[in-house]
Design a protein around this ligand. Sequence first.
Ligand code: UDP
Length: 334
Amino acid sequence: MPDTLLVTGGAGYVGSHCVRALLDAGHRVVVFDNLRHGHRAAVAPEAELEVGDLADKAAVGRVFARHRIDAILHFAGNIQVGESMRRPFLYLGDNVQCAVNLLEAAAEHGVRRFVLSSTCAIFGAPERVPIDEDVSIAPGSAYGESKYLIERILRWADEVHGIRYACLRYFNAAGAHPDLPLFEDHEPETHLIPLALDCALGKRQAMQVFGDDYPTPDGTCVRDYVHVCDLADAHVKVLDLIRDRSRSFNVGIGRGYSVREVLAAVARVTGTTFPVDVSPRRAGDLAQLVADPARIMTELGWRPRFADIDAIVASAWRWRRRYPRGYADLATGM
Ligand code: UDP
């Protein structure tokens, strides 16, 4: 019997790619999304879309009453590091409360598996890089703290209600579906690769590099960019593993690229050049975040299919070039 999976935030960037992968693996999928940031067009037609807000407990309860849910994958939430440093309570309040609402309903309806879309931002300034799962957790932003609080709450969901969970700490989700029109489309867009692609398209004048005085080889921040389809694959695989016990995994490819290296990749892949200006550091940013993916590779047999930055950028460029205004263009059949 296929599982029925509830995917919160399934109309968003990582969520929509996961929905596709879960359907391809033979599951039934119910998407719960308020469509404030997500896109109706990103939801696979085979999935059932329930439009609603996790802050609304009654709406959450109705979804569980309508569907017999076997497992939950929780993507919905506020996701910007920079914004979280201006509006910490939005993150520490809403992100946490929405997860609690979901877990309460899960406990009430006997759901036993839960996958959290977590983040490497829980590690703050890590004591060593690459970052394995034993590195001390010390979030450097309110966003990271909000995800860590949810990770801790999950321990109690397991302890008290037997909800087995996986925390997947993503490094930098990037790229787009290689075959289907699924891609990154945030409003406002704050992420490095889509902004740089907009420069390549001439939609933006120049790129800002947030700080070039970090203790890294070229002074700009180093990140581990992991393709969104590889992330999706990790979710599909982990659902089986947590039938027995809860686990946490760092999900990255284990290789870091600096901001300048990413911008060079964008220039190469798109065949364009654009001005790059250095501006001050962005609050909450850390010098270097690179995963040690040994645990997820060993325990889940997970292997990233997209192992270099040019391939990741090229997958995003394909759709950004065809739909410069993102899902708005897709919806109008442009
Ligand atoms: N970044 C940048 N200019 C931008 C956007 C991002 O220099 O316009 C840098 C940012 O400081 C970080 C890296 O690019 O070091 C990746 O940032 P992004 O917002 O894409 O992801 P995050 O690491 O915040 O999850």
